[in-house]
Design a protein around this ligand. Sequence first.
Ligand SMILES: C[S@@+](CC[C@H](N)C(=O)[O-])C[C@H]1O[C@@H](n2cnc3c(N)ncnc32)[C@H](O)[C@@H]1O
Length: 434
Amino acid sequence: MPKRRRPSSSSPSGPNSQNFLAEGVPEVHQKLLEHVLANNARLSKVRIAKLPHGIGIVAAKQIQKNEEITFIPKSLLVNLHDIPFPNSSPIDHPTKVHSSLAAYIASQFHKSPGDNSGSGNNNEPFIDILPSLQSFESSMPLFWSDQVLANCSPWVRSFAVKQKGKLEDDYRHALEMHGKRGVEFLREEYEWAWAVVNTRTIYYRPKKWYKIPAEDCMTLCPFIDYYNHEASGDESCTVSFSTDGLRVTTQKSYAAGEEIFVTYGQYNNDHLLVEYGFTLPTNPSDNINIDHWVLPKLSPRHQELWKQLPYQGECFLDESEVCYRTMMALRLAVIGVHDLGGGKRYGDFVKLVEGEMEEDEYVGLYERDEGVVRDMVGEVAEAARKDAEEGVAELEKMWESAEFWDQRESIEAAIGRWRQCLDIIAKYKEKNNN
Ligand SMILES: C[S@@+](CC[C@H](N)C(=O)[O-])C[C@H]1O[C@@H](n2cnc3c(N)ncnc32)[C@H](O)[C@@H]1O
């Protein structure tokens, strides 16, 4: 059964929502504040603020380490257990949580679309504070045109294409599961809601969800979804859940006015761009996926063997080095086709893979091949650099062209990401003299 929520009106004796709003924040956020405060949320020493990168949370006064600064009770969470929606329980449909949650948000919006200005009277006040579809369209590669994506990095392009496919599947599922049962939403509303779920859900696994796969354990959480991301997980606030709700706790002290962050995970900027529609100017976890330039160095036979090795996953280059997986792929690539599958040369490689030979010993034995591997790493970095330069040049031409004026924001974001990649490659090359 859906939880009963108290109507959103501020109580004269309760906390004053104005205290939790910094100057210049649009009024629509006050309604959300009133709603959460009227429903037993605890907010301590925090304010919603308008920041250069959107809405976020700042310290209203000095805050100490290990303080609870936000608690949102379970009754305010928006997830498939608690919404008044037919056939939506993740227990019944464990793999389609994203799809059904998006259908719910879209249907709520559909009841009273408005313009996200707070004029809507749908029954989820948090819907009115959500970013517009237009802001998702310019920031999330999933919505970028094929021409822009064609000039993005191969990883961004392929991940965005995968997301388009998932959105399509989820939309079909939502129509089948909910649309046919009278739940109403338009395609455009569904796309917006899908992006909302993608960028704002939080991991949530209460006891009764024990059968649900971890990747499907998600909830929307009014107010906590105002917190922006920072990379340094050790210092950013923790978000924890219990049977009674979700809470945010500090891990360091804050001065008044300072922005308070949580961390969405240790992601590189490609991942942040595709999943959340932004990149960090400084990101210690940043690197470039270089599969596109590494894997063609392996012949079809090498690739067959590569797939059997315990190095599945992706190859990366950061400011200092390429990952061990890249080294192993290229070490395999330099073994002649005739030596593959048996004999001492391949046997030693397998020993290295299985940890029966130290890397130093292997490098000593196959010094000449290691030289070739190093050259190949240099070629990979150079090929990535050239593609990045070409991508930037093409995108800059598009930016100038009247044909793409309505896509300038996405073009700028794509150029920005390529420039970060060029910076990483330049630093890598300088450190490694290649
Ligand atoms: C959970 S919401 C955070 C609140 C959001 N800023 C807002 O205006 O409602 C996640 C979204 O905030 C933005 N965001 C989060 N962290 C950011 C950061 N460090 N820099 C820029 N944008 C960020 C991205 O658009 C992301 O998809």
